[in-house]
Design a protein around this ligand. Sequence first.
Ligand code: ADP
Length: 247
Amino acid sequence: TTEDTSSLAAESLSKSFGGVRAVDDATVRFVPGKINAIIGPNGSGKTTFLNCVTGMIRPDSGRVSLRGKEITRASPDRIVRLGLGRSFQACRIFPRMTVTENLLVPVRNRSVRTLLGKAHDDATVRRAQLWLQRLGIDHLHGVEARDLSFGQQKLLELGGVLMSEPEIVILDEPAGGVNPSLIRWISALIQELNAEGRTFVVVEHNMELVMTLSDHVVVFDRGRPIASGTPAEVQADPRVLEAYLGV
Ligand code: ADP
């Protein structure tokens, strides 16, 4: 089935730091072709879970699979090559490079040496231009990243993720610290990119955004998913209210 071949899934994933079970036997299946959201109180393990899924840290046990293929021990570079792109909560951009240069640093090997030692083919430069146009920041192409506003830096980082043409896009707090009009712009972009066939997994604290944007919500509490379903379903789930409000 489509679910088996094109989706991202984690099975019994666990990761401890000292005595803290940050991720505790978490089994999650993301819905392919949809906008998936992960929500949960601070410290509930969302970031650690994503770090395990994207190869940034190694889980103590469990497995991660992409299109039915195990990627648990794959390097972050390889995971990007397999079609999984990811942004970070704190933007990962090069402050002294221009906007265009930032997109030309291969995500797979984001070192300055790679950029300086390599002449970029026209097709790659053209692709960078197209993404900048789509993100609405092409007029800033020659500006150093450190001179961009916070919101423009967020868009640039999203551009860096999209340059690898990911099939699945993981975004860590795309609306964090962003003003309302830019939140609407980012939200519309995510919907457009999703309509073109990209699957999204979004960790986000802005509940209004989560509830309007996502098709499928996974709720984390104390290291594991405690509920999942449509926004309406999880909002009505007593376990979710308990996790957030302690009622
Ligand atoms: P969330 O993203 O939901 O806020 P995190 O995954 O950041 O949750 O954190 C889950 C738990 O793991 C927290 O108790 C946090 O303090 C702990 N934790 C996360 N990363 C580390 C680390 N590198 N070292 C020690 N403890 C960590």
